[in-house]
Design a protein around this ligand. Sequence first.
Ligand code: COA
Length: 276
Amino acid sequence: MSEGRDTAIYHIDSGIAWLSFNRPSKRNCMNPALNRRMLELLDEIEHRDDVGVLVLTGEGESWSAGMDLKEYFRENEAKGLHAIRQAQREAYGWWRRLRWYQKPTIAMVNGWCFGGGYGPLYACDLAIASDEAQFALSEVNWGILPGGGATKVVVDLIPLRDAMYHSLTGELIDGKRAAAWRLVNESVPLADLKDRVTALANVLLKKNPVALKATKDAVRRVKEMTYDNAEDYLVRAQEAANSFDNEGRKEGIRQFIDQKTYKPGLGAYDKSKADR
Ligand code: COA
């Protein structure tokens, strides 16, 4: 078990794991202890039967002020290359783990979101920000390029002109602009943020979990494939998913075609009946 156990915390409520950056006095910037703890907690939560969706948020007024300039950068640079590489592995490791997480994930961006914070932001499948949240690639303001994947994140998510402007100026944008640029799905007033995220999580909780995992992975994978490769991948991914879930999709067809109890175009089938 690592030191800094309280640098990240979680609780579970009605199928949702609420995982938080927990260094509010340091604006939830990510030091090595936090990065190690996040990986431990992601492990602990991932296959729990009482969790269907994971929400990543921040305690206090920040989501995350990015990497810890003192503990992540300066102190590791003083120790040498081995320490720098280890700190990178720990940070990138939990973000990668989150990108391919078993359960669907939502970033609930409640405040400051800077630099390295774009790694876990992108790793979450969906992102809802408060209108009041503030985002920036501030690296240029203190003299480095947006590393740790941050440049890749903006180029993947937002139009090139906006990505270039955002990276070169280091200017802040609020949640509304972040939503307009598609850095997040949407923004809502801070007072409504938790309700909106809970409602979205509840939509996901009603879906077939095998289908959710197969779908979220497919969306990320096919983005980098040719059409033909994607077509092939999707056939195989569905066939692999079938071996984990033989009954769910058959029940989905049965409830529509035979029982006429729902319409797939308008909502999800009743999962509870599939378990019988
Ligand atoms: N790394 C290290 N320490 C950080 C930090 C970071 N990324 N972000 C905040 N902190 C620390 C501050 O040093 C300060 O520590 P102290 O109380 O020991 O003096 C504490 O968190 C509070 O920060 P402060 O600057 O006083 O808060 P603020 O509310 O006035 O401003 C920010 C908030 C986020 C605008 C400001 O802290 C900031 O610019 N942080 C750096 C953001 C950044 O560029 N991150 C990218 C890193 S790749």
